[in-house]
Design a protein around this ligand. Structure first.
Ligand SMILES: [Zn+2]
Length: 79
């Protein structure tokens, strides 16, 4: 399946959110950089990540607030 946006398609919101968090961990983004949220696409019906969102994704925000994201980033650093 392809989308005219050229973005990676996730079949569910859950998968998109997992990927969103994973990207922040593995690429070590500062919280305000990189993709910030997920959205349902009007073209392909799947889910994409977006860096242009007025609101940060709830799960991602929780990971940042709890310090869990930072911990996972650090864990990754020492691998
Ligand atoms: Zn799409």
């Amino acid at each position: 399946m392809n989308c005219s946006t050229g973005k990676t398609i996730y079949n569910t919101k859950f998968l998109a959110e997992m990927s969103l968090i994973d990207i922040h961990i593995h690429r070590n983004f500062p919280p305000d950089q990189g993709p910030q949220n997920v959205y349902e696409c009007e073209f392909c019906g799947g889910w994409h990540l977006t860096s242009k969102s007025p609101n940060r994704n709830e799960r991602l925000q929780e990971m940042i607030d709890s310090g869990e994201l930072r911990l996972k980033q650090q864990a990754r650093w020492w691998e």
